[in-house]
Design a protein around this ligand. Structure first.
Ligand SMILES: Cc1ncc(COP(=O)(O)O)c(C=O)c1O
Ligand SMILES: [Zn+2]
Length: 416
């Protein structure tokens, strides 16, 4: 059951039909899904939700589809890990990792937004489903299109990590590598969608796609026992996730599923691509586009589509933002793996490194609860860590050789 009530301009509030529309033709504002919250109160209680399958559709009243979900039935409901060893390393009291590095089936938060866009694409009669991607979105679009038997086009900057390219190609879409940045790819896809009448998850279906990201926020609150954390640190690329985490918190409060002070939401970006952090510092309401240059390729978006909403959400929540340099990003990937055993990609390294910088700056007090958004998996980008880590010890097959190795180690100073 959905209480989805159509699209509305976030700026001038004009209402639009629930079609493949994403921008207001009166004021150019973004279109947002709206809902009948009074109806949602009746069917969404803590008890009814607890009885539902553990996937992203357990919050389906607040997702913009009109029929039954068609994919994503195993996506979402990822672990909220209490990170005790990492907390100790950082000197903080209450720290959680919301771990979408293990989201089904393509190991990133994109497996929340794509099922919503793909279901809506079919409801609207599209047969070709595509995206402009920095890697993870392409992986997810290709996988869900394969499950649904849709023709699929994944457009990417051609310089992506090999693991990300293979991760799309394996599901059989047309992968198109463009000689340019993500922002060039996005511009081209906008034209292709218009000309050929194809559904692009993050362009002409953006109003639907973005709503799937709310489930990340809904789950944080449910998994904390219907309690808000004090701080959430979210990575920002195109700006889908961060404002929808904020919207999810407001919706849960408005329909009475959680109460209390709303969390402060902080933005994390790589120093080599930080248009949102620049704008937070300068006071601008819209980010000034930048040309990305960072190891964190999945969040290298110089002109974020939802930059305005990111800035408005961070400011309204009393949050802030921080950059992370490439060495800080790689150090943070290692720290997370060495304390919690979670292997994230550079987007996750950015979020953890930015959290550390926010703690150092005093923007997050050490005695308040913190959720760090880990949104992608390190196995896809293992190339970035390869030359930082020790090679395996090479030995023959005999116990004697192993004992010689151990004796040799015992003679060496500690830490070697
Ligand atoms: C792993 C990962 N995390 C976070 C993001 C952030 O994206 P956005 O700000 O568009 O929600 C992306 C985007 O591609 C991503 O791949
Ligand atoms: Zn408008």
């Amino acid at each position: 059951m959905s209480v989805f009530a159509g699209l509305r301009c976030a700026m001038c509030k004009t209402e639009f039909p629930a079609e493949a529309l994403y921008v207001c033709d009166r004021c150019l504002g973004p279109l947002e899904a709206c809902y009948d919250y009074d109806a949602a109160r009746w069917t969404m209680t803590r008890e009814t939700i607890a009885d539902r399958p553990r996937n992203l559709w357990r919050f389906r009243e607040l997702l913009p589809i009109t029929g039954d979900p068609l994919t994503g039935l195993d996506s979402g409901y990822t672990p909220l890990v209490r990170a005790g060893r990492l907390a100790e390393a950082l000197g903080v009291e209450e720290l959680y990792i919301k771990d979408d590095s293990v989201n089904h089936p393509t190991l990133s938060y994109k497996d929340r937004v794509v099922p919503v866009a793909a279901t809506r694409a079919i409801e609207l009669g599209f047969e070709t489903f595509g995206c402009a991607s920095t890697g993870n979105l392409g992986n997810s679009v290709a996988a869900h299109a394969a499950r649904l038997g849709l023709t699929c086009y994944v457009f990417i900057p051609k310089s992506l990590e090999p693991g990300k390219i293979v991760g799309s190609a394996v599901s059989g879409p047309h992968v198109v590598g463009i000689d340019g940045t993500y922002d060039d790819v996005n511009r081209l896809c906008t034209q292709v969608g218009d000309r050929y009448g194809w559904a692009f998850a993050n362009i002409n279906l953006r109003s639907y796609y973005a709503e799937g990201a709310k489930t990340y926020g809904f789950e944080i609150v449910e998994q904390l026992g219907w309690r808000f954390p004090r701080h959430v640190v979210s990575p920002v690329a195109g700006g889908t996730l961060l404002p929808r985490i904020g919207r999810a918190f407001r919706e849960l409060r408005d329909i009475g599923l959680a109460s209390g002070e709303l969390p402060r939401i902080h933005a994390a970006q790589a120093a080599g691509c930080a248009p949102v952090i620049n704008a937070l510092e300068s006071g601008a309401t819209h980010p000034e586009p930048v040309k990305p240059d960072t190891v964190a390729k999945s969040i290298a978006i110089g002109n974020p589509a939802d930059g305005y909403q990111v800035l408005a959400t961070v400011r309204a929540s009393g949050g802030s933002g921080a950059r992370a340099t490439d060495p800080e990003i790689l150090d943070a990937i290692e720290l997370l793996a060495r304390t919690e055993g979670i292997f994230t990609e550079p987007a996750g390294g950015t979020t953890l490194a930015a959290t550390i910088n926010l703690l150092k700056a005093g923007a997050i007090p050490k005695n308040e609860s913190i959720v760090v958004c880990i949104t992608g998996n390190g196995y896809k980008t293992s190339n970035v860590m390869a030359d930082r880590l020790a090679q395996p010890t090479q030995l023959g097959r005999s116990l004697r050789e192993f004992e010689a190795f151990l004796a040799d180690r015992a003679e060496q100073p500690a830490n070697v």
